[in-house]
Design a protein around this ligand. Structure first.
Ligand SMILES: [Fe+2]
Length: 268
């Protein structure tokens, strides 16, 4: 532990994101951190991962590509870490941040209550909040959580059909939950001039990346089935953190002065 007056140069997720705009966390580290935040059982892991099985298809993709499956939930995280699920609401993205599907309101089925209550879901929200609050303290956040399943059809599947992009938020956490019979799916991080900064290949369940969406672009390469005769898919949890602007402080009404002629300040 560094001394109070020392600069913390440990390669923590916060320090890596602050230094270069992105960081990865391995499976073992994530599972240990999640258990510290919300203890879970092996059964919780099974039911959490199984919740990706029954998601409805999103057939509204503008590229007409193979349907992806997804669910969505919205949370508010208060400064200090209190997490509250908000009423379900449509997903809105601008054309700037999503040239393919942005510019409108999209309805996505809500994340199931049982999945929301799963200790791993709450652990991911808490862990992401700890990292993000370390980067930007005293901020209230709106968090859009997505469960995604990308299927590789005969022509493959596109985790990010819009290509290299930003999500129009402050920070994004992406956790690989599972992938079966898949090759590809490499994440590349780019600077704001779209020069590649590095690649992340999330392969093991629960491997996680966190990025500063205001400083870097990200894109994920297409996935293909290793064995075209078998089902091939990639399951991901995404948490997108957007700052909630602080409400302006209302001026308190001033009491009328008893002596209206009193000189408050004298200039020379
Ligand atoms: Fe994205």
């Amino acid at each position: 532990m560094p001394a109070d007056d020392a600069v913390d140069v440990r390669p923590t997720p916060q320090n890596l994101v602050a230094a270069r705009g992105f960081a990865t966390l391995d499976s073992a580290g994530i599972l240990k951190a999640l258990c510290t935040i919300r203890p879970y059982t092996g059964r919780d892991v099974e039911t959490f991962c199984a919740s990706w099985e029954s998601m409805p298809p999103d057939t509204d993709m503008a590229d007409g590509g193979p349907p992806r499956r997804r669910r969505h939930a919205v949370y508010r995280v208060a400064p200090g870490g209190a997490i509250e699920r908000l009423h379900h609401r449509p997903r809105v993205r601008t054309i700037d941040h999503d040239p393919l599907n942005g510019g409108g309101v999209r309805h996505v089925e809500p994340i199931a209550d049982a999945t929301n209550a799963n200790p791993l879901m709450q652990g991911f929200l808490g862990l992401a909040d700890q990292i993000v609050c370390g980067l930007s303290p005293w901020t209230a956040w709106r968090v859009d959580a997505y469960q995604f399943r990308i299927t590789a059809s005969a022509n493959g599947g596109k985790p990010t059909p819009e290509g290299a992009h930003r999500d129009g938020v402050a920070y994004v956490l992406m956790a690989l939950i599972d992938q079966r019979n898949v090759r590809g799916g490499e994440t590349t991080i780019y600077d704001l001039s779209r020069n590649p900064l590095g690649s992340l290949n999330l392969k093991s369940p629960f491997e996680t990346a966190i990025i500063d969406d205001e400083r870097v672009y990200h894109g994920v390469s297409p996935i293909h089935a290793c064995d075209p005769g078998q089902a091939a898919y990639r399951d991901v949890l995404v948490l997108a953190f957007r700052r909630i602007p602080a409400e302006p402080r209302r001026p308190r009404p001033r009491k009328a002065s008893k002596n209206k002629d009193r000189i408050l300040w004298r200039t020379i």
